[in-house]
Design a protein around this ligand. Structure first.
Ligand SMILES: NC(=O)c1ccc[n+]([C@@H]2O[C@H](COP(=O)([O-])OP(=O)(O)OC[C@H]3O[C@@H](n4cnc5c(N)ncnc54)[C@H](O)[C@@H]3O)[C@@H](O)[C@H]2O)c1
Length: 390
């Protein structure tokens, strides 16, 4: 069986559309494949931000048959040069605006910290890109998240945000089990993680993934901001709780806390993961050393541990999905429309804490109530060394 066949098989396991897979030439990535000048790449891609996530996105372009990375930008020269060397990128810029102006790429990956996402999206749209794959979380404020999405909608630009867990085999298997009635009817979706913004965006997104991509009706939440903590430059909650309601009768519950400051209450392995509660049992999907899957059925003495093919590189798959959707016009799995729904739940939880009330959606604010609250002295967190990771 060839590598491409392997990947097609994985595609079936993951449950992706058949036509998604032929794009893979090799996996893992073969570099310098375009240099011979025989194959012309359909999409000229640029990566803005050459750190960890820049490399993760680049692995996706390197695996694609219809794209090549023609330029990269990073003000830290060492990062840009290392990246360019690794992926064979010829045009290297310190200023991303100059890159957009001179290179006019078809697709950009925005892999910088959240405060830069909105201006980079707007500049990329103005430069005429066809597609944008941006890192999560969308932006530090709800207004910026909405503005980015609107700019792309208006200009007809396809934009995605990297909630790549949608491509993990364990999560796709969990959804398949749910759909096949393994735990009866879905009742409640629970997420456990260190904070609502940086981590929570993944679990809020996965709640929609498990609940038929529905728009939530309302959110009731509370956040504690008693310790100074920033993740990728954005202040986050010390602990939080968020109750979400969808009109198909499903409830969401997100619990955030961060040892040792706030004790973790989840008994999931690693304390980071999701529990899907049904009328006849529950499914745990937890992330310690990578996602694992457990099914517990009411009345059954033992747990089941369904075996799934280990996930391939989910971020590379997310890049390939966007490239395919640019060709077909299909909505990408990680569309900004879906990302906006997850993001709304973050800011609605903050807003519920500010209002001390339930918040009906759509959310009618522009700011981040957490950031505004800090500025207004609504919360007075104790100093703590700024942490990059939450
Ligand atoms: N999807 C995921 O699972 C996941 C995992 C980790 C991080 N992230 C997100 O990815 C984003 C980036 O994280 P990272 O770990 O790659 O960070 P990083 O610090 O490793 O990389 C960021 C890069 O951006 C560069 N940069 C700064 N200003 C720039 C500018 N004006 N123009 C171009 N480049 C600039 C920095 O020099 C750095 O090289 C964050 O939003 C983070 O939340 C997502």
């Amino acid at each position: 069986m060839s590598v491409v066949d392997d990947v097609r098989l994985l595609g079936k396991v993951v449950g992706l559309e058949q036509d998604f897979w032929p794009q893979f030439r090799t996996f893992p990535i073969s570099l310098g494949k375009w240099k011979e000048g025989i194959i012309m790449a359909q999409y000229r891609a640029a990566v803005l931000g050459c750190g960890g996530r820049g490399r993760a996105h680049a692995d996706g372009y390197a695996a694609a048959d219809n794209a090549e990375i023609v330029a990269c930008a990073d003000p830290v020269e060492e990062n840009a040069q290392k990246f360019a060397g690794r992926y064979g990128v010829e045009k290297v810029y310190a200023d991303y605006r100059q890159l957009l102006d001179e290179v006019k790429p078809d697709v950009v990956s925005i892999c910088t910290w959240p405060h830069l996402h909105c201006e980079m999206v707007e500049a990329s749209v103005a430069a005429g890109v066809k597609g944008i794959h941006a890192e999560k979380p969308m932006a530090p404020t709800w207004g910026e998240a909405k503005a980015m999405h609107a700019a792309c909608e208006t200009a007809g630009v396809m934009m995605t945000f990297c909630h790549q867990r949608r491509f993990n085999t364990e999560f796709r298997k969990a959804r398949e089990l749910l759909r096949n009635g393994a735990i009866g009817e879905i009742v409640r979706l629970e997420g456990y993680c260190p904070n609502l913004f940086d981590w929570g965006t993944h679990w809020f997104d996965m709640m929609q993934f498990f609940n038929q991509e529905r728009q939530a009706k309302w959110v009731l939440g509370q956040i504690d901001v008693s310790l100074e903590r920033k993740v990728f430059g954005v202040p986050v909650d010390t602990a939080g709780i968020s109750e979400v309601y969808w009109d198909n009768g499903v409830w969401g519950l997100m619990v955030t806390n961060n040892n040792p400051d706030t004790p973790r209450i989840s008994k999931l392995v690693g304390h980071v993961g999701m529990i899907l509660h049904g009328t006849e049992g529950r499914i745990d999907v937890h992330v310690s050393d990578g996602p694992q899957l457990r099914v517990r059925r009411f009345g059954q003495p033992t747990d089941e541990w369904p075996q799934v093919t280990p996930s391939q590189d989910a971020t590379a798959l997310s890049v390939l999905d966007l490239l395919k959707c640019l060709e077909t016009g299909r909505e990408p799995e990680l569309s900004s429309k879906k990302a906006l729904r997850a993001t709304e739940l973050i800011f609605a939880t903050y807003e519920s804490s500010r209002r001390r009330a339930r918040v009906d959606l759509p959310l009618d604010i522009e700011d981040s109530p957490l950031i505004s609250g800090l500025e207004a002295g609504y919360w007075n967190p104790r100093p703590r060394e700024a942490a990059k990771q939450g």
